[in-house]
Write a protein that binds this ligand. Structure first.
Ligand code: GS8
Length: 217
Protein backbone atom coordinates (compact mmCIF):
# COMPACT_ATOMS: atom_id res chain seq x y z
CA UNK A 1 0.00 0.00 0.00
CA UNK A 2 1.40 3.40 -0.98
CA UNK A 3 0.96 6.82 0.56
CA UNK A 4 1.90 8.14 3.94
CA UNK A 5 1.54 6.20 7.18
CA UNK A 6 -0.25 7.64 10.21
CA UNK A 7 0.38 6.00 13.57
CA UNK A 8 -2.50 6.74 15.90
CA UNK A 9 -6.08 5.95 16.68
CA UNK A 10 -9.24 7.09 14.88
CA UNK A 11 -10.83 7.98 18.23
CA UNK A 12 -7.99 10.33 19.22
CA UNK A 13 -8.57 14.05 18.68
CA UNK A 14 -5.09 14.80 17.40
CA UNK A 15 -5.13 11.80 15.05
CA UNK A 16 -8.53 12.95 13.74
CA UNK A 17 -7.03 16.36 12.85
CA UNK A 18 -4.44 14.68 10.61
CA UNK A 19 -6.96 12.24 9.09
CA UNK A 20 -9.24 15.15 8.20
CA UNK A 21 -6.43 16.81 6.24
CA UNK A 22 -5.65 13.57 4.40
CA UNK A 23 -9.32 13.11 3.55
CA UNK A 24 -9.75 16.73 2.45
CA UNK A 25 -6.91 16.41 -0.08
CA UNK A 26 -7.92 12.89 -1.11
CA UNK A 27 -4.50 11.43 -0.25
CA UNK A 28 -3.70 7.75 -0.12
CA UNK A 29 -2.72 6.79 3.43
CA UNK A 30 -2.54 3.95 5.87
CA UNK A 31 -3.60 4.26 9.52
CA UNK A 32 -1.53 1.97 11.72
CA UNK A 33 -3.33 1.62 15.06
CA UNK A 34 -1.37 2.33 18.24
CA UNK A 35 -2.88 0.46 21.16
CA UNK A 36 -2.91 3.07 23.94
CA UNK A 37 -4.60 0.91 26.64
CA UNK A 38 -1.58 -1.45 26.55
CA UNK A 39 0.86 1.49 26.45
CA UNK A 40 2.08 0.99 22.89
CA UNK A 41 2.56 4.78 22.58
CA UNK A 42 5.35 4.52 25.18
CA UNK A 43 7.09 1.55 23.47
CA UNK A 44 10.55 2.05 21.91
CA UNK A 45 9.33 1.76 18.28
CA UNK A 46 6.75 4.49 18.86
CA UNK A 47 9.09 6.66 20.95
CA UNK A 48 11.39 6.60 17.90
CA UNK A 49 8.52 8.23 15.96
CA UNK A 50 7.33 10.60 18.70
CA UNK A 51 9.82 11.17 21.54
CA UNK A 52 7.00 12.50 23.75
CA UNK A 53 5.27 9.12 23.59
CA UNK A 54 2.05 10.50 22.11
CA UNK A 55 -0.07 9.97 19.04
CA UNK A 56 -0.21 10.78 16.19
CA UNK A 57 3.00 10.39 14.20
CA UNK A 58 3.35 10.43 10.44
CA UNK A 59 5.88 8.58 8.32
CA UNK A 60 6.57 9.51 4.71
CA UNK A 61 9.58 7.50 3.55
CA UNK A 62 12.50 8.60 5.73
CA UNK A 63 10.62 11.60 7.10
CA UNK A 64 8.98 11.07 10.50
CA UNK A 65 6.85 13.80 12.05
CA UNK A 66 4.91 14.37 15.26
CA UNK A 67 2.65 17.24 16.50
CA UNK A 68 -0.71 17.08 14.73
CA UNK A 69 -0.84 20.71 13.60
CA UNK A 70 2.65 20.52 12.05
CA UNK A 71 1.74 17.19 10.41
CA UNK A 72 -1.45 18.78 9.07
CA UNK A 73 0.50 21.59 7.39
CA UNK A 74 2.92 19.07 5.88
CA UNK A 75 0.04 17.03 4.44
CA UNK A 76 -1.66 20.11 2.98
CA UNK A 77 1.61 21.32 1.42
CA UNK A 78 2.55 17.89 0.07
CA UNK A 79 -0.82 17.45 -1.63
CA UNK A 80 -1.41 21.06 -2.68
CA UNK A 81 -1.78 19.89 -6.30
CA UNK A 82 -5.04 18.26 -5.20
CA UNK A 83 -6.61 21.69 -5.62
CA UNK A 84 -7.71 21.83 -1.98
CA UNK A 85 -6.01 24.92 -0.60
CA UNK A 86 -6.48 25.08 3.16
CA UNK A 87 -3.35 27.13 3.93
CA UNK A 88 -3.69 29.97 1.39
CA UNK A 89 0.07 30.21 1.11
CA UNK A 90 -0.19 32.08 -2.18
CA UNK A 91 -1.61 35.09 -0.32
CA UNK A 92 0.39 36.72 2.48
CA UNK A 93 -2.58 38.24 4.34
CA UNK A 94 -4.84 35.18 4.01
CA UNK A 95 -2.13 32.75 5.12
CA UNK A 96 -1.37 35.01 8.11
CA UNK A 97 -5.03 34.90 9.12
CA UNK A 98 -5.00 31.09 8.85
CA UNK A 99 -2.03 31.09 11.24
CA UNK A 100 -3.75 33.53 13.63
CA UNK A 101 -6.85 31.34 13.99
CA UNK A 102 -4.83 28.16 14.12
CA UNK A 103 -2.96 29.66 17.08
CA UNK A 104 -6.28 30.75 18.61
CA UNK A 105 -7.43 27.13 18.35
CA UNK A 106 -4.37 25.71 20.09
CA UNK A 107 -3.79 28.51 22.63
CA UNK A 108 -7.31 29.71 23.52
CA UNK A 109 -10.03 27.32 22.34
CA UNK A 110 -8.31 24.01 23.04
CA UNK A 111 -7.19 24.76 26.65
CA UNK A 112 -10.78 25.81 27.50
CA UNK A 113 -12.68 22.99 25.78
CA UNK A 114 -10.38 20.04 26.44
CA UNK A 115 -10.94 19.79 30.25
CA UNK A 116 -14.72 19.77 29.63
CA UNK A 117 -14.37 16.88 27.19
CA UNK A 118 -11.86 15.06 29.37
CA UNK A 119 -13.95 15.33 32.54
CA UNK A 120 -17.35 14.62 31.03
CA UNK A 121 -16.40 11.96 28.48
CA UNK A 122 -12.97 10.43 29.01
CA UNK A 123 -13.09 10.18 32.83
CA UNK A 124 -16.47 8.39 33.10
CA UNK A 125 -16.30 6.34 29.88
CA UNK A 126 -12.63 5.39 29.64
CA UNK A 127 -11.20 5.80 33.15
CA UNK A 128 -14.20 4.55 35.12
CA UNK A 129 -14.13 7.64 37.35
CA UNK A 130 -16.44 10.48 38.33
CA UNK A 131 -16.19 13.83 36.52
CA UNK A 132 -14.80 16.75 38.56
CA UNK A 133 -17.65 19.26 38.29
CA UNK A 134 -15.53 22.17 39.58
CA UNK A 135 -13.10 21.70 36.68
CA UNK A 136 -16.01 21.46 34.21
CA UNK A 137 -17.65 24.62 35.58
CA UNK A 138 -14.51 26.75 35.53
CA UNK A 139 -13.60 25.51 32.04
CA UNK A 140 -17.12 26.27 30.81
CA UNK A 141 -16.78 29.85 32.03
CA UNK A 142 -13.45 30.13 30.23
CA UNK A 143 -14.88 28.50 27.11
CA UNK A 144 -17.86 30.89 26.99
CA UNK A 145 -15.46 33.86 26.97
CA UNK A 146 -13.62 32.28 24.04
CA UNK A 147 -16.93 31.65 22.25
CA UNK A 148 -17.87 35.34 22.62
CA UNK A 149 -14.75 36.21 20.62
CA UNK A 150 -15.58 33.53 18.02
CA UNK A 151 -19.18 34.76 17.77
CA UNK A 152 -17.98 38.30 17.02
CA UNK A 153 -15.49 37.02 14.44
CA UNK A 154 -17.97 34.70 12.71
CA UNK A 155 -20.58 37.44 12.50
CA UNK A 156 -18.13 39.29 10.23
CA UNK A 157 -16.73 36.44 8.11
CA UNK A 158 -18.13 33.05 7.12
CA UNK A 159 -15.07 31.17 8.36
CA UNK A 160 -12.42 31.97 10.95
CA UNK A 161 -9.61 33.18 8.68
CA UNK A 162 -11.97 34.92 6.22
CA UNK A 163 -14.66 33.94 3.74
CA UNK A 164 -12.85 30.70 2.90
CA UNK A 165 -12.64 27.34 4.66
CA UNK A 166 -9.13 26.65 5.96
CA UNK A 167 -7.01 24.53 8.27
CA UNK A 168 -7.97 26.96 11.05
CA UNK A 169 -11.61 25.82 10.86
CA UNK A 170 -10.70 22.17 10.38
CA UNK A 171 -8.45 22.14 13.42
CA UNK A 172 -11.37 22.95 15.74
CA UNK A 173 -13.25 19.85 14.68
CA UNK A 174 -11.90 17.04 16.91
CA UNK A 175 -12.56 18.53 20.37
CA UNK A 176 -15.81 20.23 19.29
CA UNK A 177 -17.00 16.91 17.86
CA UNK A 178 -16.55 15.38 21.33
CA UNK A 179 -18.11 18.36 23.13
CA UNK A 180 -21.23 17.66 21.07
CA UNK A 181 -21.65 14.24 22.69
CA UNK A 182 -21.33 15.63 26.24
CA UNK A 183 -24.15 17.20 28.30
CA UNK A 184 -22.61 20.60 27.45
CA UNK A 185 -23.33 20.56 23.69
CA UNK A 186 -26.09 23.13 24.24
CA UNK A 187 -23.48 25.81 25.04
CA UNK A 188 -23.36 26.58 21.27
CA UNK A 189 -27.06 27.54 21.29
CA UNK A 190 -26.18 30.96 22.73
CA UNK A 191 -23.77 31.68 19.87
CA UNK A 192 -25.77 31.52 16.60
CA UNK A 193 -22.89 32.33 14.26
CA UNK A 194 -20.66 29.75 15.93
CA UNK A 195 -23.49 27.22 15.67
CA UNK A 196 -24.02 27.97 11.95
CA UNK A 197 -20.25 27.67 11.34
CA UNK A 198 -20.20 24.30 13.11
CA UNK A 199 -23.14 23.02 11.05
CA UNK A 200 -21.43 24.18 7.87
CA UNK A 201 -18.05 22.56 8.51
CA UNK A 202 -19.52 19.29 9.77
CA UNK A 203 -21.47 18.87 6.53
CA UNK A 204 -18.20 18.34 4.63
CA UNK A 205 -17.73 14.71 3.45
CA UNK A 206 -14.26 14.48 5.07
CA UNK A 207 -15.73 15.46 8.44
CA UNK A 208 -18.52 12.91 8.18
CA UNK A 209 -16.04 10.17 7.35
CA UNK A 210 -13.57 10.94 10.17
CA UNK A 211 -16.40 11.54 12.63
CA UNK A 212 -17.75 8.05 11.96
CA UNK A 213 -14.53 6.54 13.38
CA UNK A 214 -14.72 8.57 16.61
CA UNK A 215 -16.51 7.71 19.85
CA UNK A 216 -20.23 8.32 20.22
CA UNK A 217 -21.06 8.18 16.51
C1 GS8 B 1 -0.68 16.41 21.45
C2 GS8 B 1 -0.79 14.92 21.20
C3 GS8 B 1 -1.62 14.25 22.28
O1 GS8 B 1 -1.97 14.84 23.32
C4 GS8 B 1 -0.39 16.99 19.00
O2 GS8 B 1 -0.09 15.98 18.30
O3 GS8 B 1 -1.08 17.90 18.57
N1 GS8 B 1 0.30 18.50 20.77
C5 GS8 B 1 0.19 17.10 20.41
N2 GS8 B 1 -1.95 12.97 22.05
C6 GS8 B 1 -2.69 12.21 23.01
C7 GS8 B 1 -3.87 11.54 22.40
S1 GS8 B 1 -5.16 12.73 22.09
O4 GS8 B 1 -5.22 12.80 20.58
C8 GS8 B 1 -1.78 11.15 23.59
O5 GS8 B 1 -1.04 10.53 22.87
N3 GS8 B 1 -1.87 10.97 24.91
C9 GS8 B 1 -1.13 9.99 25.60
C10 GS8 B 1 -0.07 10.56 26.49
O6 GS8 B 1 0.11 11.79 26.52
O7 GS8 B 1 0.58 9.76 27.16
Amino acid sequence: MGGVIVYGSPISTCTARVLLCLEEVGAEYQLVPINMPIGEHKSPPHLARNPFGQIPALEDGDLVLFESRAISKYVLRKYKESGTDLLKEGNLAESAMVEVWLEAESQQYNPAISPIVYQSLVVPKMRGGAPDQAIIDSSLEKFKKVLEVYEARLSKSKYLAGDFFSLADLSHFPYTRYLMVTPYASVFESYPHVKAWWEDITSRPAFKKVSAGMLGS
